[in-house]
Ligand binder design. Structure first.
Ligand code: PEP
Length: 255
């Protein structure tokens, strides 16, 4: 099965609306390839979602927008939260959940990730489910067990028909924003284990159809080796997604 590659940019807490519009325009103008060959998603802060969506719609480029977080209730007294219907109405197609920064700084648990995944799928949005180990877990030799447990927990109670809409992003915490990338072999080993876990849960055919991304200091210099691995279907990009030339180079590498 050939899976369509995907490049998703996680802008984190960067870019005011004005800056986001400029970056979105730069990405849409600088890419000269065939958009259809790769699914491109940008995930800006909440306030930038609609402006970025509007730029891509105006330019008629098939770049999707995604949020970086969501709450699982539809509406109500949840001060500061954003719901799935709110995201859907402004054109959002994707949502990152379980990013290690949300797990680490904001106490997001595996159970929260599972509730968010179910709410997104029920509301017609597609989750990008992040998983990944700390250096302590890796040094203890527990990486595969830890990451696969995160994957099982995220998908609890989700059936194969829904699961195939999801993307899993393997992001070793020690590689995020550190400039220290996992070697292609390290990344492949974990992405393969993730796919095997998905096969256990949903069957080989579904697992084969699902995209597993690598994230962690991916950049134009290391992307080729990483996406050449059989179980790495693209990237979730932080730092290198904040400048149009590097993000565009990453998209081009997938084509
Ligand atoms: C991320 O935070 O999702 C990420 C991969 O960041 P960076 O590319 O900066 O390591």
């Amino acid at each position: 099965m050939t899976r369509k590659p995907m490049m998703a940019g996680n802008w984190k807490m960067n870019k005011t609306v004005g800056e986001a519009v400029v970056l979105a325009q730069d990405i849409s103008n600088q890419f000269k390839g065939t958009w259809e060959a790769c699914d491109v998603v940008v995930c800006p802060p909440f306030v930038d979602l609609k402006p970025a969506y509007t730029v891509f719609e105006f330019d008629r480029v098939p770049i999707s927008v995604g949020a970086q977080n969501v709450y699982w209730e539809e509406s109500g007294a949840y001060t500061g939260e954003i719901s799935v219907p709110m995201l859907k109405e402004i054109g959002c197609e994707w949502c990152i959940i379980g990013h290690s920064e949300r797990r680490g700084y904001f106490g997001e648990t595996n159970e929260d990730v599972n509730k968010k995944a179910k709410a997104l799928l029920a509301g017609g949005l597609k989750p990008i489910i992040c998983c990944g180990e700390s250096l302590e877990v890796r040094d203890a030799g527990d990486t595969l067990e830890f990451v696969c447990a995160q994957v099982r927990a995220a998908f609890a109670g989700i059936d194969a028909a829904q699961a195939v809409k999801c993307v899993v992003a393997y992001e070793p915490i020690w590689a995020i924003g550190t400039g220290r990338t996992a070697t292609p072999e390290q990344a492949q080993e974990v992405c393969l284990a993730i796919r095997e876990t998905l096969a256990e849960l949903f069957g080989a055919e579904s697992a084969d159809a699902m995209r597993v991304l690598y994230g962690g200091s991916m950049n134009p210099g290391n992307v080729d080796m990483l996406i050449a691995q059989p179980d790495i279907d693209g990237g979730l990009i932080g730092g290198a997604a904040l400048k149009a030339p590097s993000f565009v180079q990453l998209i081009e590498a997938c084509i």
